[in-house]
Design a binder for this molecule. Structure first.
Ligand code: ZN
Ligand code: ZN
Length: 412
């Protein structure tokens, strides 16, 4: 299938004019065989540099995209962080017409960042259905220990070869499933933000993300047997989520409380005492179950206070000396500031109906179990005992209105 993403551009009923960089996305068995054809179609020219990591260089043997230069980064300890960016930047030299990211989410984030710095376009060649970041314009990077969402550049085209993607380790596929399952929480948080504060909301972007998510949930069990249609659905959904972020210009439609849980674990604040080597989508997948379960259990809560201020001594207990300044700065203009008890109570029935659109824990668990997806804190190398800390502090990693954050105003 070819997604003609240009058709989503233009004036929208939400009042905004949407615009995205990505022109088209190919999701096909054997797509890389026609790589040059797609490069020509996109009118890309000049000296090309293709970036891999050692694993993806291996995985693409026989179908590597044609490029004037190949850069192969070490797979071990390669992360989307300031070290990774430094390493790639040092290797990029001479005139560059366009970059090619051939690999996972990490390779994509590093290339996206460098392409943005150099002011050149890039082509995305995902080698696994592992994250929704391939097609987005933002990169979630760890910058000197702090998880930051940086605005970079989106790919001009995406060439996703299902034949390669299907052969990727199944753990990566399950991670991509987790990243998609999280959209139910992210979309609900966005709608709740709109209900409570009149935050900007676009029905078209909401619907395209929701429809792609529903399709994955339906076909997910078939991923196990390597079903091509299920892989195509998952890849389509990961790409659509990225396109939705491009249309919106930020990650609101793709990242809510479930991602904040993942980011909190990744930041390893001293008060949490966790160091997890789980993949992004695995942490998001567990975050999704935690949020779904908690949201459904709290949707009938009727005892509320005015939303409380975030204070430094309280926050420091979790984040410590190393992260406290960044966290306080992030929350300076609290997205929930000024929300009163009355305001929450008045909107409770609307909030409840939004939460009712999230699958229940049992519904999600059935699919997680059938795919053997990581589903508990202990599965991602964290103690079950830290659940209360996660519920309390994860909203602080990103200043965004989520139901999890709003629950800080819950009465005793
Ligand atoms: Zn719109
Ligand atoms: Zn994600």
């Amino acid at each position: 299938m070819i997604i003609d993403s240009k058709k989503y551009n233009g004036a929208c009923s939400c009042g905004h004019t949407h615009n995205m960089t990505t022109e088209f996305c190919v999701i096909e068995d054997g797509a890389l065989n026609d790589f040059e054809k797609y490069i020509n179609q996109a009118s890309l020219s000049g000296r090309s540099v293709c970036v891999y990591d050692e694993n993806t260089y291996e995985a693409l043997a026989g179908v590597r995209p044609k490029a004037d230069e190949e850069i192969i980064l070490p797979s071990e300890n390669l992360h989307a962080d300031n070290h990774g960016v430094e390493m790639l930047s040092q290797k990029l030299s001479g005139e560059i017409g366009y970059l090619i990211a051939a690999g996972s989410g990490t390779v994509h984030d590093l290339v996206r960042y460098c392409a943005s710095n150099l002011g050149v376009p890039f082509v995305s060649c995902p080698t696994a259905a592992s994250v929704d970041g391939f097609c987005s314009s933002v990169a979630a990077m760890t910058w000197h220990g702090y998880k930051k969402t940086l605005t970079c550049v989106a790919p001009k085209i995406v060439v996703a070869d299902l034949n390669v993607i299907k052969k990727a380790p199944f753990r990566l596929t399950k991670s991509g499933f987790g990243d998609i399952a999280g959209k139910y929480i992210a979309l609900s948080d966005w709608k709740i933000g709109n209900i409570l504060t009149g935050e900007y909301f676009c029905e078209k972007i909401y619907n395209m993300t929701k429809a792609a998510t529903d399709a994955v949930i339906k076909s997910a069990p078939a991923l196990k047997s390597g079903d091509l249609a299920a892989y195509s659905n998952l890849m389509y959904s990961l790409i659509m989520s990225g396109l939705a972020m491009q249309l919106l210009g930020n990650s609101r439609c793709a990242s809510g409380a479930e991602h904040h849980i993942s980011h909190l674990i990744e930041m390893q604040p001293e008060g949490l005492g966790v160091s997890s080597s789980a993949l992004h989508g695995e942490k998001v997948g567990v975050g999704t179950l935690i949020a779904a379960s908690f949201y459904h259990s709290q949707k009938n809560c009727s005892n509320w206070n005015d939303y409380p201020k975030i204070t430094e001594p309280y926050t420091k207990k979790m984040f410590g000396e190393k992260l406290i300044d960044a966290i306080m700065k992030e929350n300076e203009n609290d997205a929930c500031a000024g929300i009163t008890k009355e305001q929450i109570i008045k909107n409770l029935s609307k909030i409840k109906s939004v939460i009712n659109e999230i699958p229940t824990l049992d519904e999600l668990m059935e699919i997680y179990i059938s795919l053997d997806v990581k589903r508990s804190l202990s599965d991602i190398e964290a103690s079950e005992d830290i659940l209360p800390l996660i519920l309390e502090f994860s909203p602080l990693v990103r200043n965004r209105l989520t139901f999890m954050r709003l629950l800080r105003a819950k009465g005793e």
